[in-house]
Design a protein around this ligand. Structure first.
Ligand code: ADP
Length: 330
C-alpha cells in the first residue's frame, strides 16, 4: 500500500473536528479522487498525507514509513517523495519558468549543471520547452499549472497530490491538464491523490474514488462502481451536476455508428424510442442522454446506436424524423 491512513481524526486548535475517524488506503499506481462539497474536509485530508497538517489521533504511512513520528529532517526527505500542485499554482512571481522549476532542486543542493538538464527534461515533459524565460504573469492559467506540475515532479516523487488543481481553469484547459496528469502517471508510474468538487474530474482520470462529507468518507470504490450505483445522497447529488458527455467523448468510447437524437418540447413525453423498436424490429442502444429544462421548453438529447437490418434502421430514422425529431449521425 502506497498511502495508508488509519483511524485519523483532526481537531483544529479551535476545537473543530474536521476529520472524524477516517481510514484510507491508496495503492501504488492508483489515481484516487476525493470528492465532496466545500468544507467536507478534503484539503485537511490531503495535507495530512504530506504532513502539512498533523493528525490529532491515528496513523499515517507513506510507502511503509510512519509519517506521524518522523523527525523534522526525515520528514523533509520524505516530502521530496511527495509532489503537490494547487488550485492557484503558487508560482514565485519573481522567478521565470526555469527558476520556478529549479527552485526545489536548488534547495536540495543539486549541482547547477544537473539542475539545467533536469529542468529542460521537465519542461519538455509538460510541453513548455519554449517558455523557460517567461515569468508567471506572462503565462495562461493552463501554462502556469504545467510549470507547477514540472516543479512538483522535479525531485522524482512517487506520489503527486493535486489540491483542486483544475478548479481555476476553463473546461478545455482542465481537459488538457487532466490529460497531462494521466499521461505523466502512465509514464512515471506515479500514485496520485486528487481532491476536487467536480465529478467530471473524477470521471476523466480517476480509477478509484472517495466521497467526503462532514469529515467522513461516506462512499468509496472503483469509479465505475460508484458512478453506476451511487448509494449515498451526497454522491447522488454530486452526480446529478455532472455535465453531459460531448459527442466527441461518446464517439471515443464506441466503435459503432452513433446518432444524436434531439427532442424538443412535447416529444419528450412520447415513448417514441420503444415504439420504433417494436414497429421496425430493431434494437436501439442508448449511450448517453439528458433533458435540459429551458425557461420556455425542454430539450432532450439522446446518443444512440442502432442495430438490425440496415433498411429497417433507415426506415426507423425516417419515422423519427417524421415525428418531428432531429436525428443526425455524429
Ligand atoms: P474542503 O477542502 O473540503 O473545503 P477543509 O479541509 O478546507 O474542507 O475544511 C474542513 C472544515 O474544517 C471546514 O469546516 C473548515 O472551516 C474547517 N477548518 C479548516 N481549517 C481550519 C483551521 N485552521 N481551524 C479551524 N477550522 C478549520
Amino acid at each position: 500500500m502506497m498511502i495508508q491512513l488509519r483511524n485519523i481524526t483532526k481537531i483544529y486548535p479551535n476545537g473543530f473536528e474536521a476529520i472524524k475517524s477516517l481510514n484510507l488506503s491508496v495503492q501504488k499506481g492508483d489515481i484516487m479522487g476525493i470528492i465532496g462539497y466545500s468544507g467536507a474536509g478534503k484539503s485537511t485530508l490531503i495535507r495530512l498525507i504530506n504532513r502539512l497538517e498533523s493528525p490529532s489521533t491515528g496513523d499515517i504511512f507513506v510507502d511503509g514509513i510512519d509519517m506521524v513520528n518522523l523527525k523534522e529532517h526525515a520528514l523533509q526527505k520524505m516530502r521530496q517523495k511527495i509532489g503537490m500542485i494547487f488550485q492557484h499554482f503558487n508560482l514565485l512571481a519573481s522567478r521565470n519558468v526555469f527558476g520556478n522549476v529549479a527552485f526545489g532542486l536548488e534547495i536540495a543542493k543539486w549541482k547547477k549543471r544537473d539542475i539545467a538538464a533536469r529542468v529542460e527534461e521537465l519542461l519538455d515533459l509538460v510541453g513548455l520547452s519554449d517558455k523557460a524565460n517567461f515569468y508567471p504573469e506572462q503565462l495562461s492559467g493552463g501554462q502556469k499549472q504545467r510549470v507547477a506540475i514540472a516543479r512538483a515532479l522535479a525531485n522524482y516523487p512517487q506520489i503527486l497530490l493535486c489540491d483542486e488543481a483544475t478548479s481555476a481553469l476553463d473546461t478545455k484547459t482542465t481537459k488538457s491538464i487532466l490529460g497531462l496528469i494521466a499521461d505523466i502517471q502512465q509514464k512515471l508510474g506515479l500514485t496520485i491523490v486528487l481532491i476536487t468538487h467536480q465529478m467530471e474530474v473524477v470521471r476523466e482520470i480517476c480509477n478509484k474514488m472517495c466521497v467526503m462529507s462532514n469529515g467522513e468518507i461516506v462512499e468509496r470504490g472503483n469509479v465505475e462502481q460508484v458512478f453506476a450505483i451511487p448509494k449515498h445522497a451526497v454522491t447522488q447529488e454530486l452526480l446529478s451536476f455532472l455535465p453531459a458527455l460531448s459527442s466527441e467523448e461518446i464517439l471515443k468510447q464506441n466503435n459503432k455508428e452513433v446518432y444524436k437524437i434531439l427532442f424538443v418540447g412535447r416529444y419528450i413525453h412520447d415513448p417514441l424510442i420503444s415504439e420504433v423498436i417494436k414497429k421496425f424490429h430493431i434494437n436501439i442502444n442508448i449511450l448517453a442522454g439528458n433533458i435540459e429544462a429551458l425557461s420556455t421548453t425542454k430539450i432532450g438529447h439522446l446518443f444512440v446506436s442502432f442495430s438490425g437490418e440496415e433498411y429497417r434502421v433507415k426506415e426507423a430514422i425516417h419515422y423519427l424524423e417524421q415525428k418531428g425529431l432531429i436525428v443526425e449521425k455524429i
